[in-house]
Design a protein around this ligand. Structure first.
Ligand code: LUZ
Ligand code: MOS
Length: 750
């Protein structure tokens, strides 16, 4: 089954927000944002800008009828700044004009006076100054202090991982259209239609039922539109509330880069203790998360860092703490992996450090500590159906790791200008929103009287092909051809109170709801068919568009039964709700069973470093991945490849840079490099691990969105190994991204 969007994507016919045909009276919005990172606003002069012909109105916080508050987890973020600004790019006003170019012209004519205040750009400085978003969180298992005193080896170190720009192809945007009676329809590029609805209602001071949010699809989200699609939609809605005319608000790339938050940079310290058999007995880490100027999703992201702090390893004594540090950067936000990658980078660095000190291969320590069945995670969940060792050994044999290591050693002995490095990266990622109440979804299914089917869910299609999977679940369960099924837009009036499409859980949660709804409908249709055929309903099944009796020759078509059900006045619509069973978490104890299951896998990465230039090529990344029992292997392998590229980008090329004044320096694609076809791995092989899958996954097909991003971490350590092969004096640093500039310096460090 190919992606159902492929036909219109290839022809350029797929609809994104900016493709919606605008009403003739549509106005255009543009944000005026803070030109400094921190300060008191002394005054803003809009008078010249307001006089520009075609400017309809410039909105500020004074025009808000409800609350000037868009914070989700914590109420600490205004839609538009009032008397203080906290980051460069913070929205202050919203210019609505007859065209985008008029709005731009007006923006340049606004003047602002700011009494500047000191700017904090790093997490470390924020911690020193006691600038935090909320209280720190700690997970504890066993007793690290006692364990360290018994360890043969103890090593300490520090790490840094940088932020990451989401770079969705479609920038943030919304088209807001007035309806009758003060109702407003928002066509938004959001992963969270309900968040947009809820926050819009709050800011406008109206009930949620007055706001309808509709999403056809996104040109990418990657977490960047989980929370941060909201303000742009709310601004357009405020304008509609006042002007009663449609307002289109699409950010241009520069505005989007400057005004939106990114993956959180982390500065962390670790302490790792091993016994003489290389067993990790104790692990401590302190994570400093650079949260930016407001909470956004930072507290939830901080939590996931703790959940993944020991990656795929069993460590009996763990003590980890995370601080969400408040700085004067744009509020950082969800990004594929959601704090998990930042956590995993630290333990991989700790293992690399221990291996370097002990003059052994990192792999030996990794291999000695892989998670086993019934091991306990630091948060109390017991590991079951663990595929750590199975994926590790499958990768090792399938990709002939030992032979590869020998070849690389030989290559490095024979070559002086080029050095190769190899690294193994296991992953273990928990599936479910860590916030238990978010783990539910709904589906609304109509069987129309001609036998065709329409499905609405809370799932947002953002290129991950979730709609194709929903269609597969329905077609499979109803026993009809996929062409009979249509996926409707995601709309808050059809499916309400949804969680965002996030946490890799969208297909599981919404798919289970689709499954439930289809099963109810099939139950009703079986009753109808059983009456028509005068046979027991238990003998009836629906397959290939016809009705089978005990698997025998079909008697009736799907359409016959649906038409009869209509005459019999049987309900042909169903609304189902699914909530993940089993999961729970007690924050007062920091223990529980937060995840439905885990996804596992192992990647082997090989790189070649040009030791004259500091540049490198990724020869290959070979992966054994735990898909469970994939329902669409083409789509799922695509997800692994995309996530891998994004993980490699985060670890190697993508370097976010802010000036000390808080200004974004990497503010264009000329200064912010993402992997392209030339810098990606020359070869990627993704081999599904043979497993049974997990009942908690939809049709046993495991969640696939985020876990493979962390394979990219392996490439960092492969480069590090190659650098070590060239320069024995190189003092290892755990500072990503490992850009060619940093590689060059490391190669010639004395
Ligand atoms: N979003 C969220 C997420 O709100 N909670 C999560 O646990 C999560 N995990 C991954 C990605 N997005
Ligand atoms: Mo996400 S980081 O699953 O929006």
């Amino acid at each position: 089954m190919k992606n159902i969007d492929s036909y219109t994507h290839v022809r350029g016919e797929s609809i994104f927000v900016d493709d919606v045909i605008a009403r003739q009276d549509t106005l255009y919005g543009l944000v005026f944002d803070a030109p400094k990172a921190h300060g008191k606003i002394l005054n803003v002069d809009y008078s010249v800008a307001e006089k520009v012909e075609g400017v309809v109105k410039i909105f500020t916080y004074k025009d808000i009828k409800g609350e000037n508050q868009i914070g989700g987890i914590l109420p600490d973020e205004p839609l538009w700044a009032e008397d203080e600004i906290h980051f460069w790019g913070q929205p202050i006003a919203f210019i609505v004009a007859e065209s985008e170019s008029i709005a731009k012209k007006a923006r340049a004519l606004i003047t602002i006076n700011i009494d500047e205040l000191p700017v904090i750009t790093t997490a470390k400085e924020a911690k020193e100054k006691g600038s935090f978003i909320n209280a720190p969180r700690s997970f504890e298992l066993g007793n690290t202090a006692e364990s360290f005193s018994n360890c043969e080896y103890v090593f300490e170190g520090e790490t840094f991982s940088n932020g990451q720009e989401h770079l969705y192809l479609e920038t943030q945007g919304c088209y807001a259209i007035p309806q009758e009676n003060g109702n407003i329809k928002l066509i938004s590029s959001t992963q969270g239609p309900t968040s947009v609805q809820q926050i819009t209602a709050r800011v406008l001071g109206v009930p949620m039922h007055k706001i309808e949010v509709d999403v056809t699809r996104l040109g990418g989200g990657f977490g960047g539109k989980e929370d941060q699609a909201t303000p742009w939609a709310v601004m357009a809605a405020v304008a509609v509330q006042h002007l009663k005319k449609p307002v289109k608000h699409i950010l241009n790339r520069h505005d989007d880069l400057r005004m939106t938050g990114k993956r959180h940079p982390y500065e962390s310290t670790f302490k790792i203790g091993l016994n003489k058999d290389l067993k990790i007995m104790a692990f401590e880490a302190e994570f400093l998360q650079n949260s930016g100027a407001a909470a956004d999703l930072s507290p939830a992201i901080a939590e996931r860092t703790l959940f993944h702090a020991t990656n795929s390893y069993f460590v009996p004594n763990v003590s980890t703490t995370v601080y969400s540090c408040k700085t004067n950067l744009p509020p950082n936000t969800a990004f594929r992996g959601f704090g998990g990658p930042q956590g995993m980078f630290v333990i991989e660095s700790a293992i690399a450090k221990a291996a370097d000190e002990l003059r052994i291969d990192k792999r030996e320590i990794q291999e000695a500590n892989l998670l086993s069945e019934n091991d306990e995670f630091s948060y109390g969940q017991i590991a079951t159906q663990v595929e750590t060792k199975s994926s590790w050994s499958a990768a090792k044999s399938k990709f002939e790791l030992e032979k590869l290591e020998d070849q690389i050693e030989k290559f490095n002995q024979e070559n002086s200008q080029f050095k190769k490095g190899v690294s193994v990266m296991p992953i273990c990622f928990g599936i479910s929103f860590t916030n238990t109440p978010m783990n539910h979804a709904r589906a609304l299914i109509h069987i129309y009287q001609d036998g065709s089917v329409g499905i609405s869910t809370g799932a947002v299609e953002m290129g991950q092909s979730v709609n194709t999977k929903m269609l597969q679940v329905a077609a499979d369960t109803l026993g009809i051809h996929p062409l009979k099924v249509k996926l409707e837009t995601t709309n808050t009036t059809r499916v309400a109170n949804t969680s965002p499409s996030a946490a890799s859980s969208t297909a599981d949660l919404n798919g289970k709801a689709v499954l439930k709804a289809c099963n109810s409908l099939i139950g009703r249709l079986k009753k109808v068919a059983s009456k028509m055929l005068s046979v027991d309903e238990n003998l009836i099944s629906f397959q290939n568009d016809v009705v089978f009796i005990e698997g025998k020759k079909p008697e009736l078509t799907w359409e016959n039964v649906v038409a009869k059900a209509m005459l019999e006045r049987v309900a042909l619509s169903e609304n189902a709700h699914y909530a993940t069973p089993i999961i729970h978490f007690d924050k007062s104890k920091e223990k529980g069973h937060p995840f439905a299951y885990h996804v596992y896998g192992t990647a082997i990465s090989t790189v070649t470093v040009d030791c004259l230039r500091g540049t490198y090529e990724i020869d290959a990344v070979n992966i054994i991945h735990d898909f469970g029992n994939s329902m669409n292997i083409g789509i799922d392998i695509g997800q692994v490849e995309g996530a891998l590229a994004q993980g490699i980008g985060w670890m190697t090329l993508e370097e976010i840079a802010y000036g000390d004044d808080g200004k974004l320096l990497s503010n264009a694609l000329s200064t912010y490099k993402v992997p392209d076809v030339f810098s990606g791995p020359k070869k990627i092989e993704v081999v599904p691990l043979e497993t049974q899958g997990n009942e908690m996954a939809i049709l046993k097909s495991k969640a696939v969105g985020e876990p493979p991003l962390m394979y990219g971490i392996g490439v960092y350590f492969a480069i590090q190994n190659a650098v070590k092969a060239f320069n024995k004096k190189h003092k290892l640093r755990y500072h990503s991204p490992f850009t060619p500039e940093k590689v060059l310096m490391a190669l010639y460090e004395k």
